[in-house]
Design a protein around this ligand. Structure first.
Ligand code: HEM
Length: 231
């Protein structure tokens, strides 16, 4: 049985993979914006912050469908991105259609795989720490009172080690995103060079907004902790 695949069919399958990576990537970015908005409720206090996940969970089947969709998007995104990276290394051909980007490797491009791996490790730690762990007991207690998920988040970031680790991971998320969004647009070749450059700037802006929004939580908690503010 021949394992040879013709060049056009290889190209089509690679383009289909790029497309799926792009679509699932967009789904993940949308999730990040919703997640960031939920996190910013920390500034409104424990009651409002804790009410948000409770409301989501009360949606039952819809909440679980969204969770399953998110996991599926993540798994498809990761496995197809890994397969494309492997194929591109093997072929050693430049897949980019826009000549403007040929030979212009940003630090984010070079660190794409590395930042992806950091994001994956971060996610495992993050889910263990906030989603899978108990939201009761000592970890949730602030000022002698149990404050649920709000208490868990506060106590985590009151520790500068955890805050710095999160900010480091958020840099990896931002770096990954800033390149990934532009890369999908460029590879699909759907935009002119001028608009591709604009998409590049938009990608960096999206990454910056997400970085500032997410990082504001540990920064705020650290600030309050070291200036004597309670949770
Ligand atoms: C400082 C930044 C962040 C904070 C404070 C934060 C906080 C939280 C909290 C409190 C939860 C638990 C929600 C619950 O159990 O109901 C959670 C879940 C989660 N976070 Fe984050 N997060 C941050 C950044 C991120 C980033 C950058 C990602 C993705 C790369 C991410 C992905 C997730 C996922 C996938 C879940 C599980 C959602 C679910 O339960 O269905 N988080 N986060």
């Amino acid at each position: 049985m021949s394992t040879n695949t013709s060049a056009p069919s290889r190209w089509t399958s690679s383009l289909a993979k790029e497309f799926a990576v792009g679509i699932t990537g967009i789904m993940l970015v949308l999730f990040l914006f919703v997640h960031m908005a939920g996190n910013l409720l920390i500034f409104a206090g424990a009651e409002t912050f804790n009410a948000y996940p409770e409301k989501l969970r009360s949606m039952g089947a819809l909440f679980w469908a969204a969770r399953i969709g998110l996991i599926a998007a993540f798994v498809i995104h990761m496995s197809l991105a890994a397969s494309l990276a492997k194929a591109s290394r093997k072929a050693r051909t430049n897949r980019y259609e826009s000549q403007q980007y040929v030979g212009r490797k940003s630090p984010a491009t070079r660190f794409m795989i590395l930042t992806g791996i950091i994001v994956l490790c971060y996610l495992i730690l993050h889910l263990w720490q906030f989603t899978l762990s108990s939201h009761e007991g000592a970890r949730a207690t602030l000022g002698g009172e149990e404050q649920g998920l709000y208490g868990v988040v506060w106590n985590t970031f009151a520790n500068p080690g955890w805050s710095l680790l999160y900010i480091f991971a958020l840099c990896a998320v931002a770096s990954h995103l800033s390149h990934a969004i532009a890369s999908v647009v460029v590879t699909l070749g759907v935009l002119s060079d001028k608009n591709t450059a604009k998409a590049d700037i938009a990608a960096r802006l999206i990454a910056l907004v997400l970085f500032v929004g997410f990082a504001s939580v540990p920064v705020y908690i650290l600030f309050k902790t070291f200036t004597g503010g309670a949770g």
